[in-house]
Design a protein. Sequence first.
Length: 155
Amino acid sequence: MKKNIIIRPAIESDRPFIFKLSPRLAEVAGLEWHSDDVIQKMQDDYISDMLIQTTVPHTTLIAEKDSVPLGFIHARSHIDSISGETCATVPLLAVCSEAQGLGIGKKLVNSVEIWAKELGYRLLHLEVFAQNKGAHNFYQKQGFEDETIHMIKSL
């Protein structure tokens, strides 16, 4: 399956596919202090904001095989909170459950790394829900390292 995977820029007709993966993104959050409805709304709103055209450098890429979309990644310009330099960030990456473990996520991350390097960025940033251990392990295998931990307490 890996050999026939194409990574291409997202187009308007990809919107339904991207939103189809929203519940998958929301379900891995594991935030028991928020209702499922609140998490799903946050995820849908986040995707809507992501798809709005902006002057900030950004890219949304689709992984597909035989014209069937399997995953997407969105990356944009970001200011690093430690150095203050402009870098890239990946706010969203999702792969269909049936395509998990086939190297789709890795291909998408590699494509964003190329995009970021072409813009002259030195760093690639991302955030992952603390409860999403699978994603955390995936990102570590891609060379990402923990930098800060955002913590919250329910009152």
